[in-house]
Design a binder for this molecule. Structure first.
Ligand SMILES: [Zn+2]
Length: 396
């Protein structure tokens, strides 16, 4: 069973919105309050505060007259905020993420209702402390009864409900097709079979508009109504860009996962380190990390394999036919190998090399994590692992 979230747009009435705003605001307040407590305890006494201690503190806080307004919203959501903070700290201690940050009003916010605090009655969503049902735009059917419902508001004021459901995802039938992907600037992804996928042209247009609106925003006087209005416009464009990009990435990642049994991808964190800053900014803007995350979970869902080639490997300058190295600048798109005379399109050749590297790594049973020497030595080095030789996959 896999947990999967289903997100829908909701349209609260003015009255409902006021309660939602209060709920989200109280959750943010409780989160920031508990974070401050834990931080201070650590700084002043080198003591770590547990979830239970913050939970006890919250009960006392709600009893104090000046914080009585916390009782106006569902207590389930406030408890959940403390749990969220606790897992943020756990992730920090496990070195999975940075130190928890204070939540800001500007980024919108969210409140999580567990199954004892919301109810679905055919098409109607009832939340604790709100008497009337919320209007939800049901764009698809939920596969099972949800275990939680997270209400969120984005930076431009739209409201959403995200339901967490448990479901059995049917694995795709096995296939023998494999692909290598090279990510770049000119086209977002180039496949080892020669296909290219570019980002929607709309994004470039929206970016220009965004730059203009950001300039306007920065000229407005701080704290003025005009500035607030300009900020909202900027937030709306940001949202629009993010929606268009996500849609593109979802479609591409789903297509790739459907078509291929194994997908080889280069770890871009490594590439960012070796290339210039302007270039890496371009790449990060293209949502490369988002793309990888989508491929990761979709491969997991559908029984596919994602092979990450995570050491620097001169994929674009090595001939995918004979392994000879060439040298040329960033602007060269097409080249002919001096060793075997094969003519290559730069990106397609790189994608082919990434696929070969991924396959070799997977054949060695390292599961997408090549050892440093292995990839660095390039194609000419024969693998010493018997599995790689036996499977007939060319060694790097
Ligand atoms: Zn060659």
């Amino acid at each position: 069973m896999t947990h999967r979230a289903y997100k829908f747009r909701i349209y609260p009435t003015l009255c409902q919105e006021e309660i939602l705003r209060k709920t989200v605001g109280s959750c943010r307040f409780v989160y920031n309050w508990a974070l401050a407590q834990r931080r201070e305890a650590w700084v002043t006494q080198k003591k770590s505060v547990s979830y239970n201690a913050t939970s006890k503190g919250l009960t006392e806080l709600k009893d104090s007259p000046e914080k009585a307004w916390l009782n106006e919203v569902s207590s389930v959501c406030l408890q959940q905020s403390l749990r969220n903070l606790d897992s943020a700290f756990n992730n920090f201690f496990k070195k999975k993420s940075g130190y928890p940050a204070f939540k800001s009003r500007k980024n919108g916010g969210s409140a999580r209702f567990m199954d004892n605090a919301f109810r679905l009655d055919s098409e109607n969503l009832f939340l604790a402390k709100i008497k009337t049902p919320l209007r939800v735009v049901w764009s698809r059917k939920l596969p099972s009864a949800p275990t939680s419902c997270t209400i969120s508001q984005n930076a431009c004021g739209q409201w959403f409900a995200s339901f967490l459901c448990e479901e059995e995802i049917v694995k795709l039938p096995e296939s023998s097709v494999k692909v290598g992907i090279d990510v770049g600037i000119e086209s977002f992804a180039t496949l080892s079979d020669g296909r290219k996928f570019s980002q929607p042209k709309k994004i470039r247009r929206l970016r220009k508009k965004l730059a203009r609106l950001q300039r306007l925003h920065s000229r407005k006087q701080k704290g003025s109504k005009n500035r607030e209005r300009a900020r909202k416009k900027v937030a709306r464009i940001h949202q629009h860009i993010s929606d268009v990009r996500k849609d593109f990435l979802h479609k591409l990642s789903t297509q790739l996962v459907r078509e291929n049994q194994a997908i080889a991808l280069e770890d871009l964190a490594v590439r960012n380190m070796v290339k210039n800053r302007k270039l890496s900014r371009c790449i990060s803007e293209q949502g490369w990390r988002e793309f990888r995350t989508m491929l990761e979970y979709k491969c997991e869902w559908y029984g596919r394999k994602l092979l990450i080639v995570d050491r620097f490997y001169p994929s674009s300058k090595t001939c995918s036919c004979c392994g000879a190295k060439a040298s040329f600048g960033l602007e060269t798109r097409q080249w002919t190998c001096g060793g075997c005379g094969a003519s290559h399109l730069r990106d397609v050749n790189a994608a082919k090399n990434i696929l070969a590297a991924g396959q070799a790594v997977s054949a060695c049973g390292v599961d997408g994590r090549p050892t440093k020497n292995y990839v660095l030595r390039g194609r000419t080095q024969r693998s010493t692992k018997p599995e790689a030789r036996a499977s007939g996959i060319p060694a790097l």
